[in-house]
Design a protein around this ligand. Sequence first.
Ligand code: E4P
Length: 275
Amino acid sequence: MFHKKTKIFLDSANPAETAQAIEMLGGLDGQTTNPSLVVKNLNQSSKISEEEMLGFYKTNVQKISKLIPNGSVSIEVYADQRTSAKEIYEQAISMNEWIDNAHIKFPTIPAALEAAAKFIKQGGRANFTLVFNQKQALAIHNLVISVGATKGQVFISPFVGRLDDIGLKGVDLLANVQKMYQQLQSPVEILGASIRNLNHLQYCFDIGLDIVTLPLSIIKEWHQSQNITYSPQNLTPIGFENLDYTQKWQDIDISHELTTKGLLKFAQDWKSLLE
Ligand code: E4P
């Protein structure tokens, strides 16, 4: 909508921020939420029930959806290492009924992929989150091909900033997944997540990434700056991996320490306010 081909999403669970971003940019292509952002937005210290928490999430997602009815709004399921595929699937079905323009966010763990396969096969729109390497991206592509999906029905969210945090050049993962998906002619759209600065944003523009999701603070900085240019960072490059594309998605090792850590953090944040 705004810059070359990259669609701009807001990374926030707060509808007041949606309105501010629309005001600044003249529109938004979508919004992403996650359990940590939902809790941050609740801004309260007293405990509440899970039902109240989900009610709060639903109300805010519905407000966001009204502000961007033609965009996409990502809603994330709750999952920890013990959550079953059946439980994740049931949450996806229920959250998908909240609004007409949902993408359901599934963490990249085996139970969630199993649930997502069923959900996508039935026409559901999905966003795979907590993606930190190319193998995970291959498993997601092969899953999507096995169940069938149209372009735009499925997103994958590689997390740039959290790779930078451990000294790796997070933006390389975006380029590597993009190259692999071009070779595979994948219908999966790549959504740059965990974006921490304008340098990350400019990189997404430079490679013509499909989508990027930005916290309001970055949108403000972008709005105030005339020109941004990408300058390479002093981080360890992530090389492109030549993987065997013929593997079944169920046979690909999708484990990654940052996925495990991220899942735990989302679960802890979500539970921190529950009675
Ligand atoms: C969005 O989909 C992600 O949940 C978000 O960008 C994560 O960002 P963080 O790594 O800054 O928490």
